[in-house]
Ligand binder design. Structure first.
Ligand code: RVP
Length: 484
């Protein structure tokens, strides 16, 4: 029968990168990439939009390290906007929530205020928010002849160096060195306070020289929205999200595509459409999408393939979509199923521009949820967004199922635990280090170059066994390998 003449589809374990002539040292490999039409990253890695993975703390940290966090959507629209704002404010040069003192406060009061808010100095402003002076810890130490009930007006420094909006980090630093100060109030043309630049803030920004930042120097962040959630999309957009991710398990559903097209018209941010897994789906979205996200059923917590009988093994899915997307210069993200750094770089070899991971990051300190101990080992919770637990807390429409209905769910995911892993920074370091290593074996210095140059060999099951540690008993766990 015609029905039985079926194409083969491959996944990570079915292939390996063919080693090639190379002068590329892994450390010299450039991992920067384009993740959507207008957004570039220094590290081609995204965190999954899941309620046990990506909220503001993880999104902030991954952006500082050069990647992108995608905030999940099991929360109110207002909360989504707040999450975006939190990431955007994290490393802002000009602090907006400034702790201020009033001139009538006593020295004792201002000391307590600074202690409570964890700052070591504060601009002094009048009722109109006009800057009168600045007070710092050193101004109020009793030994310089200041009494506890003296007022701030008496103790403050009233010759304040201020600056206006638009100041750059370098200029601010120069002013600070010149005047031996650690903070500069930012004022409008009537000398009213609009923000504050601190030495501490500038130095911590410098630590993250690889960070993913927008044109204003703020950290980048992505937001997942339901396929029909125009309100969440516009709220995230207004809050400054860089990319809106249409978050759907089957974006080749035509109603979803219609709605995604409408959402694209409403927002300034890039719109990434997903998930898809075939050439035909790519054709249907490539004319309006700023990026395509690939993955039908590869996720570690996903039961879509078992429950629905549908799916495409991930290497084939990525390759099919990339064939179409590359032609139109639209970036592709490979989402799900990545267990090792080798899987991540294989996804790029298949044609992806970046990878998205859930389970890999769910065990880090920055992910939501607490550490649990079972039989002496530490874990964190990790669950599919199509699991009963996650769906009953919202987001069932990812699976095009009505989460409000009072009937039993048909889940497409499981609730699980994943080993506790410590800091996101060290996990990401291992992941990206392994990917660089792959670039070295193939002899490609850049991600676009690697995509062109990489070739696969097909691996038998004997070959797979050979590729993992075998015939030994592992005595010390490696930071980037654990037997599955
Ligand atoms: P993984 O990295 O293998 O843990 O996969 C994460 C991906 O799995 C997510 O980015 C999403 O595309 C998919 N997912 C999330 N929930 C579910 C589910 O419940 N089936 N699947």
């Amino acid at each position: 029968s015609q029905k039985l003449t079926v194409p083969e589809a491959l996944t990570f374990d079915d292939v390996l990168l063919r080693p090639k002539e190379s002068r590329v040292e892994p450390d010299a490999a450039d991992t920067s990439t384009r993740v959507s039409r207008n957004v570039e990253l220094n590290v081609p890695v995204l965190s999954a939009a899941m309620d046990t993975v990506s909220e503001a703390p993880l999104a902030t940290e991954i952006a500082r390290q050069g990647g992108l966090g995608v905030i999940h959507r099991s929360m109110s629209v207002e909360e989504t906007a707040e999450e975006v704002t939190e990431v955007k404010r994290a490393d802002e040069l000009i602090i907006r929530d400034v702790v201020t003192a009033s001139p009538e406060m006593t020295v004792e009061e201002v000391d307590q205020l600074m202690g409570r808010s964890g700052v070591s100095g504060a601009p002094v402003v009048d009722d109109d928010n006009e800057v009168l002076g600045i007070i710092s810890g050193t101004d109020i130490r009793p030994y310089i002849g200041i009494a506890e009930d003296d007022t701030v007006r008496e103790a403050m420094t009233d010759e304040v160096i201020t600056a206006t909006e638009g100041i750059e980090a370098r200029e601010a630093l120069e002013l600070m060195y010149e005047h031996k100060i650690e903070r500069i109030p930012i004022v409008d043309d009537e000398n009213r306070l609009t923000g504050l630049v601190t030495m501490k803030g500038i130095l911590s920004r410098r630590e993250y020289d690889n960070a993913a930042r927008d044109e204003d120097g703020k950290l980048r962040v992505g937001v997942a929205v339901g396929p029909f959630e125009t309100d969440r999309a516009t709220a995230a957009d207004e809050a400054g999200a860089d990319i809106i991710f249409i978050d759907c398990a089957h974006a080749h559903n035509l109603n979803v595509l219609d709605s995604a097209r409408d959402i694209k018209q409403e927002v300034e941010a890039d719109v990434v459409v997903g998930n898809i897994g075939t050439r035909e789906a790519a054709e249907a979205a490539v004319d309006f999408a700023d990026g395509l996200k690939v993955g039908i059923g590869p996720g570690s917590i996903c039961t879509t393939r078992v429950v629905s009988g549908a799916g495409i093994p991930q290497i084939t899915a990525v390759a099919e979509v990339a064939d179409v997307a590359t032609r139109e210069d639209v970036p592709v993200i490979a989402d799900g199923g990545i267990r090792y750094s080798g899987d991540a770089i294989k996804a790029i070899a298949a044609g992806a521009d970046a990878v998205m991971l859930g389970s890999y990051f769910a065990g880090t300190d920055e992910a939501p949820g607490r550490v649990i101990t079972m039989q002496g080992k530490k874990y964190k919770q990790y669950r599919g967004m199509g699991s009963v637990g996650a769906m009953s807390e919202g987001g069932g429409d990812r699976y095009l199922k009505d989460a409000d209905e009072d009937e039993e769910f048909v889940p497409e995911g499981v609730e699980a635990a994943t080993p506790y892993k410590g800091s996101l920074e060290s996990e990401l370091h291992q992941l990206v280090g392994g990917m660089r290593s792959g670039m070295g074996y193939v002899g490609a210095e850049t991600i676009p170059g690697f995509k062109e140059r990489a070739e696969f060999v097909r691996v038998s099951s004997a070959g797979q066994t050979e590729g993992h540690p075998h015939d030994v008993m592992i005595t010390d766990e490696a930071p980037n390998y654990s037997p599955q």
